[in-house]
Write a protein that binds this ligand. Structure first.
Ligand code: FAD
Ligand code: SF4
Length: 511
């Protein structure tokens, strides 16, 4: 009599709910590199390599713990191509049950709910308790609220888990220290080199496989430095806590040309596939504060990203799916211009952000939000195409986290469920937070005409075009008052420049 435990590529956690009561002597673990998951969008090559290599290492660890693991490699001629067909291939008359932890994405969880009927044996779907709030908890919090604001959800999470708390009060007397955070970069800032892991034999095999099986997928495969084991992922975390965390808050929104990594943690890759758990990352930062190794503004700011934003977007995803995927509140329809794939543009901020994305399958939050995202919003790019792009290009991209960030945070396509106002900005913001503008063909100080920074006129054009939708948003009162005061001549120039630029963009011209 056997019991099958199916482990997915983003479930590489030894304490996973579906492994917790597994018995090495009688249970069989199934892991499979399947075509349906690897190609439902054309994921960045580094992303596929990260996941396959981490899966193979995890399978080895399970074997070392005495488990029988049946592992199907991508190029195995017997590979049936989907998780369901792999399960079917493995089930024998002796198989009693299949156990799996719920999939993180709607698409796959919906499929899983049919497996029991299709396979004709009991399929136990367990909840994924690596997350710190259940979808039900989020729904209870969200139901009946007029607005869903991360900050209030985050405070409840702090209270519930007792993180950075002194009794009922937040440590330091405030929930949020952003007034001390988000400073522009200083010149001469010393940024530690990122942690790099050299590929071992197992990873090298995977790199060859990815090169030969996914040649037309996006992005550079090499160099490949991702951690692919829990031990190395813990070393990345440790490296961050020791070397970067003290400056994390201060430079959280800063961007410097040719520095993709800044003071960020680079742990999303590992959190999202299970090599690290959110709670251990939060506790490690909290410990650094109590040991006086990092200031409160940095520690609180970092913890808010994981305990606040990460849990909040995941809760919102399940709360709003499946409708969330179709939201397009601003009616945006423009096709994604070629520069998203080629990185070819004269706009230095975009060229830097795209270039790093192609090379590293990474860009930090402010590049995703205020450079690429801001551009996608102002240019009116179609939510479907922008979502697909973000799902493809980042090695940490899974729909549950990518979709709310794209549809809700950058495109305002949910009409303000996630954000109280669109994150729209002119070139002045990018200039303040980066040194990109000094290396750009456009002039950030020029507002109109061929030399002007395109963000400058696109920003006013966006507000102008969406006046009926956004004009009454109380948080946009000031910009709309400024728009109302704008001379007809100036507004005409904004409209003409924007039309010219967007026409060039649509024609695939180099902008
Ligand atoms: P740090 O800046 O060091 O932050 C620490 C951790 O906090 C991250 O590892 C991440 O787990 C969490 N976090 C921070 N911000 C967010 C957020 N807005 N939503 C959820 N978690 C957050 N993150 C993903 O993990 N996968 C995605 O596919 C993804 N797509 C994004 C798309 C857009 C348009 C935007 C604006 C943000 C997206 N993010 C996504 C959130 C964030 O940009 C990344 O988590 C972060 O850049 C990862 O780098 P890091 O680990 O160095 O993060
Ligand atoms: Fe970007 Fe405008 Fe600055 Fe150029 S001038 S880097 S386009 S913000």
């Amino acid at each position: 009599n056997s019991h099958i435990r199916l482990i997915l590529g983003d479930q590489l956690t030894h304490s996973l709910s579906s492994l917790r009561d597994a018995v090495p002597a009688s249970d069989i673990i199934l892991m499979a590199e399947v075509r349906t998951e690897a190609t439902y969008v054309k994921h960045h090559k580094k992303k596929i390599a990260l996941i396959f290599s981490a899966m193979r290492h995890f399978a080895e660890e399970l074997r070392a713990r005495g488990f029988t693991v049946r592992y199907t490699r991508y190029d195995d001629p017997e590979n049936a191509g989907s998780l369901l067909s792999e399960l079917r291939r493995m089930i024998t008359p002796d198989t009693k049950t299949v156990t799996v932890t719920e999939a993180a994405e709607f698409r796959l969880l919906a499929e899983m709910h049919n497996w029991q009927d299709t396979l004709g044996i009991p399929v136990r779907i367990l909840s994924d308790d690596r997350f710190l709030a259940t979808p039900q908890e989020f729904a209870t919090w969200a139901n009946g609220r007029k607005q869903l604001r991360m900050e209030f959800f985050y405070r409840e999470m702090r209270r519930k888990l007792g993180i950075l708390m002194e009794g009922n009060d937040p440590v330091g007397g405030q929930w949020n220290f952003d007034a001390e955070n988000r400073k522009p970069p200083k010149s001469g800032l010393l940024i530690p080199a990122p942690f790099e892991t050299a590929p071992d034999a197992l990873t090298r095999d995977v790199l060859e496989l990815v090169e030969s099986s996914f040649p037309d997928h996006f992005g550079d495969l090499l160099p490949f430095h991702f951690a692919t084991t829990r031990t190395d992922a813990l070393a990345v975390l440790d490296h961050f806590i020791t070397l970067r965390l003290p400056h994390f808050g201060t430079y959280q929104d800063a961007m410097i040309a040719d520095d993709p990594w800044m003071f960020h943690s680079h742990i999303s890759f590992y959190l999202n596939i299970g090599l690290l758990t959110p709670l251990e990352c939060i506790r490690a930062a909290e410990r650094a504060y109590s040991d006086n190794e990092a200031p409160l503004n940095a520690v609180e700011g970092f913890i808010r990203q994981i305990l606040g934003w990460r849990e909040f977007v995941r809760g919102l995803y399940w709360f709003r799916m499946p409708d969330y995927a179709n939201d397009n509140a601003l009616g945006a329809t423009r096709a994604l211009p070629p520069m998203f794939w080629t990185g070819q543009t004269q706009m230095n901020c975009l060229s830097q952000s795209f270039g790093q994305t192609i090379e590293w399958a990474y860009a930090h939050h402010i590049q995703r939000l205020m450079v690429i995202g801001n551009f996608a919003l102002l240019a009116g790019l179609s939510p479907d195409e922008v979502n697909e792009w973000f799902l493809i290009v980042y090695a940490d991209a899974f729909e549950w986290v990518e979709l709310p960030n794209v549809t809700g945070m950058i495109l305002f396509a949910d009409g303000g469920v996630l954000a109280s106002k669109p994150y729209a900005a002119s070139g002045a913001y990018i200039n303040r937070m980066s040194n990109y503008c000094s290396g750009c063909r456009y002039k950030v100080s020029v507002k109109n005409g061929p030399e002007a920074c395109p963000f400058n006129y696109l920003y006013w054009n966006f507000l102008d075009q969406h006046q009926s939708n956004l004009g009454k948003n109380p948080r946009l009162g000031m910009p709309y008052r400024n728009l109302a005061r704008m001379s007809d001549e100036k507004l005409d120039a904004v409209r003409i420049d924007s039309a010219r630029f967007l026409k060039q963009l649509d024609a695939g011209d180099l902008v």
